[in-house]
Every structure is written in structure tokens, then in C-alpha cells.
Design a protein around this ligand. Sequence first.
Ligand code: BES
Ligand code: MN
Ligand code: MN
Length: 459
Amino acid sequence: MPAPAYLAQHQTRFLAELQDWLRIPSVSADPKFHADVLRAADYLKARLEEAGAQRVELCPTAGNPIVYGEYFVGDDRPTVLVYGHYDVQPADPYELWTSPPFEPVIKDGKIYARGACDDKGQVYMHVKALEMLLRDESGSGVPCNLKFMFEGEEEIGSNNLEIFVRENRAKIKADVILISDTGMLANDVPSLEVGLRGLSYHEVEVAGPNRDLHSGLYGGAVANPINALCAMIASLHDAHGRVAIPGFYDNVQELSADERAEMALAPFSEAEFKQSIGLPATAGEAGYSTPERTGIRPTLDVNGIWGGYTGEGAKTVIPSQAFAKISMRLVPHQTSAEISALFQKHLVSIAPAGVTVRVRPHHGGEPVVTPTDSAAYRAAVRAMETTFGKRPVPTRGGGSIPIVAMFKAELGLDTVLLGFGLDSDAIHSPNEHYGVFNFLKGIETIPEFLREYAAATRE
Ligand code: BES
Ligand code: MN
Ligand code: MN
């Protein structure tokens, strides 16, 4: 199917508008960007209004506002609630960017900027899809009722969105949730993520002597908190790459041989995977492929570790404290509460004599698997088949969007993960980018999804 002429005619403006938005550094993690976060919300609200959305508003929360809007067609139509986030990850380290993170440039068919793919670029596809549905005279109008809910705290745990959802059940009532905040396998291998992992994140503090000590006077006679922390961390995996916390795998849903065989049908190149991240070998839990290790298996990773002397030169010291940030990705049917409790108990239990271990939990999230036998999923398959000319394959994503499980638990709603990113887009990393192809393909595919979904529910 040829792309709509409207898209070809207006794509330069669409890209310019997205770049203007990307210029606003909406970093939610760092309070010094607070005013920019608010400006990014205002910008989105204005563009959503301009596109033709109704009842557009900024809904205040205890944190960053939620940008909300609607487009109502008729009571006989299904309602799709579109969710996304306008906040972005910090851009550090800035010196590793080839062009500044908040001065977007288009190079080799890709938009380079923090948030280009995660998630401003993907949110903006929905805004422009609405504009196209309303303005393109060769089209057939908006097929479904639409509700838009874009938050500014996804990258810091969505705490206030959770409250907003609980307090606004009637307002956000819908039949299905549509999210573009995930990826696909390749531009010529369309795919739909049908699962997301959960998350259990902790900060660990190991405390030793009451002050930093001279390592000559005291070394050999006291437990060194960094040595202790490293030994503890090293013991968290066994020789087979499995997480060595008692009970960690108790509730893990094991896939059948058939399900694993079906997963293995999705095209994947181990060689390209290694090459793309500059590694001679992959590593992980024995007995599982790379897509299985990132999709259907739980993990434990140290995300940061610090303590002691890290300045210029040498300082002979035994530090009084050591710290680490440790997170676990969870799969069905693990829960973040259960795993957090096991982690905390285990870490305290393996502390060697002479140190005290404290574990502080950060935000968590539950894993989800989205149905593939629903009208909405089938609509997404048909839409991608139309715009890519190829049937998309289902994949299990390794990332986390904790509100997806929350939408299911609180509203009983399933989600369709209609994402157009690529693993190589470097989200959360320096030089994040988003393909112009992917951005335009998204704008083209979203209306197809809405048409297919409306048609399926009319049958
Ligand atoms: N959009 C990502 C998650 C994602 C990316 C899922 C690609 C699947 C494919 C989201 O913004 C994100 O970064 N989530 C965080 C968790 C959140 C609680 C900070 C993550 O996965 O680390
Ligand atoms: Mn995201
Ligand atoms: Mn993210």
C-alpha cells in the first residue's frame, strides 16, 4: 500500500515539530530540569489541540502533569486509550554524544536527540496520526473514540500516574490501551512485543568501621566493606549463570518446548547482536538462547557500585562504607514484592562478620504478557501487514513499562504494544536516535490499526 499523500506532503513539518519538542530537555530524574519538563508538557498540549483533539488539558499531579485529550466519534465505536511519556532519561555522559543531546539533528535518515525514540518520537506519531485522520481529505475520518494520556514520570516509576488512574476511572474508560514505547526486530522484520519484564530495584549499603581507616595499620584485621560487597555480589550468580537467591525461580513460568520452538522462529542473528555492541561473546543463563535470556528469563544486574577512594593517585584506605544499585528483571509469575523480600533477606543473611548490610527498595514493576488472541492484537497484526507488506512476528521484550500490568490490574484492560523502535536506537545511551523511516511508518500504521480495530468490533 502506498503511504498516504498527506504524509509525504507534510513530513518535513512533522519532523521539524518533533525536533522543536526534542529541544526541550524534559529530564524527569533531575530537579534542575523541572521547568523544562513543564514546558515539554505545554508543547505537547498545544500540538495535540492543534491536531484537533478535544478537551485537551494538563492534569496536575503531585509531580509532573499528565497531558490528556480526547476525540469522540460515537457511542457505537470502541475507545482506544493511547498512553506514552514525554519525560526522558538524563543525557549523561554528554561528552560521548557526537551532537548535543538537546540539539536534534537528522543524519543518515535518523533523528539524533535524547527522547528521539524513547518516547517523544513515538508519542508524536500519535499526535500526527490524529492530525492526518482529521485533515486528510482522501481518508475516511477517525474510526474509533480516542483518549490520550501522556505522563511525565515514566522514567522515574510512574508513581503519580498510578494515583491518577485510580482517581479517574470513568474519564479514562476505554476498551483497549495502545502504547508506542517498545521496539521491533528490524525495519524489514516487523514484530510486536507481547511481553514486558517486571523490575525489582534496590540500593545496598555495606557499613564497616566507624571511619575510613589506614589500610596499613588496620588492613588484614577488619572486614573491608568494598571487599565484602564484591564477594556478596559475586555469590549472587552460580556457575551456570543462574541467580543464586533461594526461591528466586520458584514462581517463574517455564515455557513449553512448543512455545520455545515458536519463539525461535523469530529471526535473530547472534553474530549481528554481538557485533552491534562490540562483544566477542554473549553470556547468561546456561541452556537459553539470547532472545530467551532477554525475553522470558529473569535476571540480576549491578547497575552501579561505589565507595572508597576514586580520586587522582593512590590513597591507602579501608573505606567505612560501600554501595551498590542492584536490579532484577522479572518474568511471569514472579512479583516485585515477593522478589524484593527474597533479595533483602538473602543479602542480609550473606553479610560477612564485621559489616552491616542495609537494603533500600526503589520503585518496582510487575511483568506482563499481552494476549495474542484478541481483536486488538489481530488489528495490530493486520495494520503492520498492510504498511510493512509483511506479517509481524510476536516477540517477548526485555524492557519494563510497569504501568502496563497496572492497567490490567486496575482497569482490567489489555495493551497493544505497537512500538517502532530498534534495539540499535541507543535509548538511555549517548547518541539516542530514531529512524525517520520508523517515525513515518508509525504515523502510517496507527490509523490502519484504528481502522482494523473499529472494523473488528463492528463485525
Ligand atoms: N520504553 C522503555 C521500556 C522499553 C524499551 C520496553 C524498549 C521495551 C523495549 C521505558 O521508557 C523504560 O526505559 N523503562 C524502564 C523502567 C522504568 C521503571 C524506569 C526500564 O525498562 O528500565
Ligand atoms: Mn519509554
Ligand atoms: Mn525509557
